[in-house]
Design a protein around this ligand. Sequence first.
Ligand code: BES
Ligand code: ZN
Ligand code: ZN
Length: 498
Amino acid sequence: MKVSVTTIDLHELDVDAVLIPVTQEARDELLERIGLDDDAVKVGAAQFTGAVDESVTLYVGSYQAKRVVLLGLGSEDAVALETLRNAAATGASTASRLKVETVSVVLPETELAPEAASQALVEGFLLGSYRFTRYKTTDANASHKVQRLVVHSSSHDKAARRGADRGRILAEAVSTARDLVNLSPNDKTPTLLGKEIERLGKKHGFEVSVWDKALIEEEQMGGLLAVNMGSIEPPTFTIMEWQPENAVNDRPIVLVGKGVVFDTGGLSLKPTKDSMDSMKSDMAGAAAVVGTMEAIAKLELPVYVVAMIPATDNRPGENAYVPGDVIRMHSGLTVEVLNTDAEGRMILADALSYASTYTPAVAIDLATLTGAAVVALGSAVAAVMTNEDEHAADRTAAMVLAGERSGDPVHPLPMHDHYADLLKSDVADLKNVGGREAGSITAGKFLERFTSYPWIHVDIAGPAFLKSARGYRQSGGTGFGVRLVVEYLRDFIARAQK
Ligand code: BES
Ligand code: ZN
Ligand code: ZN
């Protein structure tokens, strides 16, 4: 979708529909300004109060667009960026119902900074318009798409343009991540995923190298190889790099994404219903990392980033790893596997230990790691953990703030040392499961054993994949994490430039 900004008088705008987000307080004045001439339209407008989620389509003769869609923002002191994203998504549904091709959305006057508000409107509209149609052969609606979105701002056009451009780039990157998650498992084997990342790297301008099984063996990534044993598809390990000349950091920020392209649980097999049936999403961390690389390259962020994706499926098979196997990991530590379904930590541990060769400023992993995170926080919020050093609170605070600003919220879990006791093994250095208690935290403590630098773990098992749509997120892959990490990086850059 094309996105632009205009200052042209709303009445004269040559678009098919105009969206006007409005608070309850501003509702009366707006209706007066629009000046309704038709009695039927007046009746329609009378029912609109400006409450959140309310919307009404009016036909106004004095507008060249004719169709004017009012979008309720609720009370003016409660308007947040997320309110604007959701209102814009409601506008996108209306636009799709009206089958219009060009839409203008008015930047409302609120307490929010105009640049961030413009970004939020574009994100909400574009992400709300997202549809995954790759496998639909007979869907008539699949062909209709809004072609152009025009942000209208009479007094803040420069800020609106910066925000709109960033919003578009972020929404496109989130859509890339959503597409990868929504792909059928047989279309995203580790090899095909590596190829797709190579293509995206060429398209957007970041470096990609894809390791094959031989290289992974040479590097002795025992965790990744163990999980892959039951599979007929070889694993891959993909490394992406973005290193602009004006980077604010010498030591890279390392991103790691869990790339389990399908998680059956292995021999510790998952039940199908409400469990294995959504496990094509077990590479959502990898998808978010790829989307993030796309965004930072297109935004040309001045930050040095290296990203890694260990990829395999997790299946039972003749040669599959079994409960009781002791695995020598890339770091040299030995792990007693007591549940083959705790595979994510096995492959992430190897990536995190390999990451130390870069001496990262900080490493951030994104992973659909534990069902316990879904139980604790539900499907809107991800869990965040970090190693307990003197900067732990700052790292967590930075990630929580990035979550609030970006629309990808995260909540911290404690990482007290006693949780590590639950991973003690009789035969190896540690075991891969901690038991029923504190399942997300013991997974975090497991990963921590393989880090030797500042590190942040984001368990996205809840928000990565939705059974039913919510706001600007459709059912299926949400692309959660892309906007979170980009916002974290923007904040990292701003601090470094101070
Ligand atoms: N991929 C799953 C976690 C998951 C569950 C993601 C639900 C998204 C939605 C992970 O590999 C897994 O199976 N974890 C186990 C760990 C357990 C065996 C310690 C779990 O959470 O049950
Ligand atoms: Zn699993
Ligand atoms: Zn998994």
